[in-house]
Ligand binder design. Sequence first.
Ligand code: SAH
Length: 549
Amino acid sequence: MAGLNRAMPLAIVVLGTAALAIARRIQACFPDARVHGLAHRVGADIAYEDFGAHLRELYASNTPIVALCSAGIVIRALASCLGDKRAEPPVLAVAQDGSAIVPLLGGMSGVNVLAREIGAALDVAPAITTSGELRFGQCLLAPPSGYALADIERGKRFVSDLLAGETIRTDGSAPWLDDANLLRAADASRVVRITARTASGDDGLVIHPRCVIAWIADALSKDIIERVRDALNAHDIAPLALAAIVAPLQAMSSEALAQAARAFDVPLRFCESTPFEAHCKEGIALHVADQPVDAETIGRARGTLTVIGLGPGRADLMTPAARHALDAAQDILGYETYVRMAGPFRADQRAHLTDNREELQRARLAFELASDGRRVVVVSSGDPGVFAMAAAVLEALEDGHATHPEWHAVKLAIVPGVSASLATAARAGAPLGHDFCVLSLSDNLKPWRVIEERIAHACQADLVMAFYNPLSKARPTQFDRAIEIVRTHRAPETLVVLGRDIGRAGETLRVVTLGGLHGGLVDMRTMVIIGSSTTRRVGDWVYTPRFYA
Ligand code: SAH
């Protein structure tokens, strides 16, 4: 797909159910695309609350956008972003009945390619308005992946020259231009040069094949970026011709290497030894292949393990960081309910559903997959660090210290989420507005005696208490015992917030008093917030003031 920006999965944005059928038809052509729908109006893969803000967020993160609404709405929504030259993803407006396709932005990132693909799917001719594209049948300035245009401004002048009637010849192999409608001549005045060499002044249109691999034998030193740059300069090779940085397996955790790969915007791969014959000078060897190199075929990547929190359930309460981690994941592990909540997944993503009690096994499997170089995400509800998988993952890492040293080379990250106590508190008002504590009432992993002592101490300290895991079928009476302890410290009129399935379908919120609280009112899907001596009501809201007498 020539030049199409594939860094981010396509966002198909709809405002109402009328556009859904066409959205799904477009989605069927792009395996990683997701349909984004206005929350409460349309059930889609991803919910958003504010159309303009959502579109601007997608644009800023360089996500290709297909909006099923009028071009005017899209233009107005994005107008304030257009000054930002850093991102210009493809943006198209498609009529919600599929009768018109209008590429709006992203000429250099493949908007017309996308428009033609959608056109083929919907059997409509897209409204292509780019003159070079119309004349030549394709955008000369958006070469396919594996190639990079050296200089966009010079490229634009080059296309203008061709439009004015100049002839063209190619120096080097550019098979994607074979079908283009170009005025070719052996003695042409304009040249397209396909070369790894640095472009010089009068070089015409220079396109670099990504055919150079840099092998870094000694990855511990800090000045990797400079040394790679020097090596490229010494051989007169353009940085854009770099396909990958490759280093020995032992260097996997090197931050300096990761920085170098980011600086050159190339994949970082690891091998036992050099993937090609080379003599290293100052710890670096360059290899120039005849063809663009697919980095995926060299050694392997550093695996990643990201532990994320989905929030309480609603898509718009999931952080963008968690969403990005899910989009990038190859393997998704977790308790079945949460993995389903995190979906739907693309065909190239693997979901591993496990039982809720197998946390340590799940964490070990996650490390094993990540040690093989895969991008692994472990999901929890709420926040992953609150009675959830982040601690289980670190327990596994500690347990495996001696037996699995390779787990330490995995790039581990923990992405926070909106925990159930916070989501419930926000629904009720601000019951956690002053000092509070969180307790799990589950005695699966700690003795019940400890729970009773902690409740008594928290009561004595007059802390607001948020109870997770209040009750289960296996422990039907413990909640009532816990409440008995609270009652010996706090007045019967103390306010209690009960949030059930907050942020999910059928959520309920109740405010009761300690006097009326009993186990019949709660279950495993309930969050219990017990007020302190100052927790009070204003109108329908419950809050704990910030001051303390
Ligand atoms: N990591 C999760 C908590 C896992 S423990 C978080 O940060 O939210 C599971 C307990 O959390 C449940 O027994 C219940 O008490 C609470 N809980 C989780 N999701 C909830 C929701 N949507 N509404 C109310 N309580 C919830």
